[in-house]
Design a protein around this ligand. Structure first.
Ligand SMILES: Cc1cc2nc3c(=O)[nH]c(=O)nc-3n(C[C@H](O)[C@H](O)[C@H](O)COP(=O)(O)O)c2cc1C
Length: 505
């Protein structure tokens, strides 16, 4: 299995969607929380920091470095990344607990663990965060940061007061999305990462993202069943201090958890893709981090449309933005301003501190209704903050069609299509490059959500017909693959598009 094979075998096309035959089995829908049944729940403080820092300034640049990381800051990061922010009850009694970050199908397969040293207001140890009862449960007593640093081949982790580990439980997402779920693991941990970075930057906690680590070592450290759950990213937080001492070798742990459902279906393709993109030794992690990436974007061929400078303040605090965030379910046709779009594109493409390069994904757009920008197809050039015109014209129907025939993408004011040169990325970073591309797109999408809700309009992640997206943006996009989509606009219900005329396209 290679990333190329996995990607090609999990593409959506009109034919694959119509013939999939996959029906949702509601009686085995996975439970949305991981609950350790033999561990004491340690309640987190419920008096939360309201995070008044302006959302756009938190996205743009870190706040001045904090002198320490305490339990209230750590709690804020956990809540605003993964906490339950609203509850909806549906006719018939169904209930969904929505979370701070968007997640495909509201299935929430991303789990959060945190390794902490002494001095945080918690005993040193390895903890799991359960958003359901807003509590931590300690999986390992004692300082595990040296072991974590060894597994991630990064000594600095032993000096940071806390490191968050994001993982994903496959079955929570494969239940609906089958083998394509491997992509979703990175999109959804990416939207969560957008919140982790914005909140910890807003608190001056210097987040650093690690995507390279010895996968099986982390499985062992966290006590994960590697056939069912995988570590995805690490985020180190807080100012460096004395290094944690190297401890004795860690014993395996295997704590009991509530079953997710009465039976589960295995998707070997997903597991094979994960194995193909895993790193086996710290030497392999070190070598992997040397992967060189060069932006291969040719000079603009089409007419350039200069965008207004991004706003640096939204007037809405980060805590309130995250609390209000949701996925817009219906867009009206009211336009965005060019400044609103420009601010969102700029925020979505900020770099971050980490062991992987940014700039792996390209942003293509269909603009339907943006003041001062003609309707059409564009390529965003972050270096010059300009749109390169690919085609002008009315593409509402086409956009809806490309996004699995969902009207949302036709009604939106603008739709960002993330594409990447997967073949070049995997040449530079091996099959693990596939994780990077999907993660970066999810992170950019998550930041677009935050920038949109900060400015008072809406956003939604979307899925898509892979090949048709590339065709639509070609010849510019020849050689690229479609990775992810995010729609932007104002909510409303008037004048929805019809895509019937496009069904045979
Ligand atoms: C990666 C990703 C893909 C998504 N794809 C779709 C989609 O194709 N159609 C849709 O209506 N919503 C889509 N959504 C929105 C989710 O359904 C939504 O995030 C989830 O129901 C949680 O609701 P919330 O975002 O309002 O909190 C997507 C979200 C993400 C993060």
């Amino acid at each position: 299995m290679t990333a190329r094979e996995y990607h090609d075998r999990t593409t959506h096309s009109p034919a694959s969607v119509r013939t999939s035959g996959h029906a949702l089995e509601w009686d085995i829908k996975p439970f949305p929380f991981k609950v350790y049944t033999d561990l004491e729940a340690i309640a987190l403080p419920r008096e939360l920091d309201p995070l008044g820092v302006d959302t756009l300034s938190a996205l743009a640049a870190p706040a001045p470095a904090a002198a320490s990381l305490g339990l209230s800051q750590l709690t804020a990061v956990l809540y605003y990344a993964a906490g339950v922010t609203k509850k909806k009850t549906y006719p018939g009694g169904g209930e969904v607990l929505f979370r701070a970050a968007a997640s495909t199908g509201a299935l929430y397969q991303t789990e959060v663990y945190v390794a902490v040293g002494e001095g945080l207001g918690l005993e040193a140890g390895l903890y799991h965060f359960c958003p359901g009862d807003f509590a931590l449960r300690r999986l390992r007593a004692g300082d595990v940061r040296a072991a974590l640093a060894a597994a991630a081949a990064d000594d600095a982790l032993a000096r940071r007061p806390a490191t968050i580990v994001l993982t994903a439980i496959y079955w929570r997402n494969t239940w609906k999305y089958q083998a394509r779920a491997y992509r979703h693991l990175f999109w959804d941990s990416g939207t969560m990462l957008a919140n982790v970075l914005a909140v910890s930057d807003g608190l001056g906690q210097a987040p650093r993202v690690l995507t390279g680590f010895v996968d099986l070592e982390l499985d062992r450290l966290l006590g994960l069943d590697p056939t069912r759950e995988a570590p995805l990213e690490l985020i180190a937080l807080g100012p460096e201090a004395a290094a944690a001492p190297a401890g004795a070798a860690l014993e395996p742990i295997e704590h009991a958890t509530l079953p997710l459902s009465s039976s589960e279906v295995d998707y070997p393709l997903l597991r094979e893709m994960h194995a193909a993109s895993s790193l086996a030794t710290t030497a392999a992690v070190g070598a992997w981090r040397q992967g060189a990436w060069r932006d291969a974007t040719p000079p603009a061929g089409g007419e350039l449309v200069a965008l207004p400078p991004p706003r640096d303040r939204a007037g809405r605090g980060l805590g309130e933005t995250i609390q209000r965030r949701g996925s817009t379910r219906e867009f009206g046709h009211a336009p965005l301003t060019a400044e609103e779009l420009a601010t969102t594109l700029w925020a979505a493409t900020r770099s971050f501190d980490g062991d992987a390069p940014g700039g792996l994904v390209d942003l293509y757009l269909i603009v339907n209704a943006v003041e001062g920008v003609a309707s059409g197809a564009y390529f965003y050039r972050p270096a010059t903050h300009a749109l390169e015109t690919l085609a002008t014209g009315e593409f509402r129907n086409r956009s809806a069609y490309l996004c699995l025939e969902q009207p949302l993408a036709g009604d939106a004011a603008a739709v960002i299509y993330f594409l990447a040169r997967l073949d070049l990325i995997t040449r530079a970073f091996g099959d693990r490059g596939y994780r990077l591309a999907n993660l970066e797109a999810g992170l950019a999408g998550g930041r677009a959500y935050l920038a949109a809700y900060a400015q008072g309009f809406g956003a939604s992640g979307l899925t898509f017909y892979d090949g048709h997206v590339v065709e639509f943006f070609s010849p510019h996009a020849v050689g690229k693959d479609a990775i992810f989509v995010t729609a932007l606009g104002r909510s409303g219900v008037r004048g929805r598009v019809t895509i019937k005329s496009n069904l045979t396209a």
